[in-house]
Design a protein. Structure first.
Length: 278
């Protein structure tokens, strides 16, 4: 799997591996479940791989730990998932399994699609997260962060993925491209007027959704084409785009989402010139 579109995320996780400052809990948010699953497994293998001496986001795929993880039987890695719903008793069983001493110093548990947790299960997990143990790492994954308890979100380090398992191309909408380019040009001259222009041009929810999908694609392309000179600026813009998409998925009013995006871009003085490339 090619994770090039999430270079910034990988750099951040690599730094935590090298400094041995892994978080006690990660919340991985991604629209493509297959991509997110592969990313999480790669991260887990990077932690446990016996050949990863330099502590990179890397796994050899040949050592006994990598092989065990690939076959789903590594003793210190637990995965919980369900086709329907995740119940409280499953969380309680997981807690009991994790109480057994680790073989290799760390235990990792992954709860997939935590949107499927019942309210009772979510509250049981929350109690577990509130009292983290040094040798246990939680990885939670979801598509829709708006469906997750804010108290769970606040206890996790968020990992927002933008990549896909396939090269999914967004159909080119010439009018949308024109509006986006004109918005950026106006923003570079008179930001306040640019925001007014954007709000006048994008009226319906479908238009706003398509706008943010297009921006997300442009950000991804800028990483893969290696034309980004200011990764900090681009990553901040990316965070705002992802938050807008989360809000839209949570049925927040599309105009309010667009207003919030435009206002925070202006407030943080983000540079949008990279969106007009390519």
């Amino acid at each position: 799997m090619n994770f090039s579109k999430d270079t910034i995320v990988i750099k951040s996780l690599t730094n935590t591996l090298k400094t041995d400052k892994l978080s006690h809990a990660y919340l991985v948010v991604g629209e493509d479940s297959l991509y997110s699953d592969e990313f999480i497994l790669s991260f887990v293998k990077a932690i446990f791989c016996l050949e990863n001496k330099d502590k990179e986001f890397y796994s050899c795929e040949n050592c006994k730990n990598c092989n065990s993880i690939n076959h789903g039987n590594y003793v210190d890695f637990y995965k919980l998932s369900s086709e329907t719903s995740i119940k409280k008793d499953e969380i309680q069983t997981l807690k009991s399994d994790l109480s057994v001493k680790s073989f290799y110093g760390k235990k990792i548990y992954w709860i997939k699609d935590i949107e499927k947790m019942t309210e009772q299960a979510a509250n049981s997990l929350l109690k577990f997260l509130e009292e983290p143990e040094d040798d246990i790492i939680a990885i939670l994954s979801c598509k829709n962060i708006s469906a997750i308890l804010p108290t769970i979100i606040s206890r996790c380090q968020q990992v927002k993925l933008i990549g896909h398992s396939e090269n999914i191309e967004i159909e080119q909408n010439e009018e949308l491209i024109t509006i986006t380019n004109e918005y950026v040009k106006r923003y570079m001259r008179k930001p306040h007027l640019a925001n007014i222009y954007l709000l006048e041009k994008l009226k319906s929810k479908d238009e706003v959704v398509e706008f943010f999908n297009y921006l997300s694609m442009k950000v991804s392309k800028s990483y893969s084409d290696e034309i980004v000179s200011d990764v900090v600026n681009v990553s901040k813009v990316q965070e705002k785009i992802l938050q807008a998409q989360v809000d839209l998925n949570g049925n927040v009013n599309a105009t309010l989402v667009l207003e919030k995006f435009a206002f925070t871009i202006l407030l943080d003085n983000n540079n949008l010139e990279f969106l007009t490339r390519g």
